[in-house]
Design a protein around this ligand. Structure first.
Ligand code: SF4
Length: 172
């Protein structure tokens, strides 16, 4: 493992990374999600960091009713997100397609990917979004810690096997 990856691993063990995915809503929910970063709400004080990289995410915060281009894309993003992954559907559109119900939409989100927590509202307030993410954070952290311990153990076992093999080869 490179030192860059080690630092990343160290930081990831102690924080929750959230990736926002807008599947075609009006952006109202996204504005409220982004507001959680503002000093007034300061979601980072809980060790929660918001960005747009599913490969680094523990939690996907999904908004919108899933319009056609997002039907497959949402599945791809879910696949790209490393285990353990937690999905929070935010807003009426994500939960029930909301005002877009009669349009060409493919949601709600839980029809496309598994959802762990649902937050209603059009849009929900930033404080409610923080509450929803914080409420599932301990579960996500516990799952993450368990998986990382399993990975470390597996890597150690592989390393021991390699060392034993090297010793056997040297003694031949
Ligand atoms: S729930 Fe309301 S604010 Fe959020 S994307 Fe839908 S219409 Fe916009």
């Amino acid at each position: 493992m490179t030192s860059g990856n080690m630092i990343k691993d160290f930081a990831r063990k102690r924080s929750i990374n959230v990736c926002i995915v807008n599947t075609g809503g009006c952006n109202g929910c996204d504005i409220e999600v982004v507001s959680t970063l503002a000093p007034r709400y300061d979601i980072e004080q809980y060790g929660i960091y918001v960005h747009n990289n599913p490969r680094e995410a523990d939690v996907l915060v999904v908004t919108g009713p899933v319009v056609l281009p997002w039907k497959e894309r949402l599945k791809e993003i879910f696949e790209k997100t490393p285990e353990p992954k937690v999905v929070v559907a935010v807003g009426a559109c994500a939960l029930s397609c909301g005002i877009f119900k009669e349009g060409h939409v493919y949601g709600p989100v839980d029809k496309i990917i598994p959802v762990n927590a649902k937050l209603p509202g059009c849009p929900p307030r930033p404080s409610e979004i923080i509450e929803a993410v914080v409420s599932i954070a301990p579960e996500a952290l516990a799952m993450k810690e368990k998986m990382m311990k399993e990975m470390e153990l597996k890597n150690k076992n592989n390393q021991d096997t390699d060392n034993n093999q090297d010793n056997q080869d040297t003694n031949k």
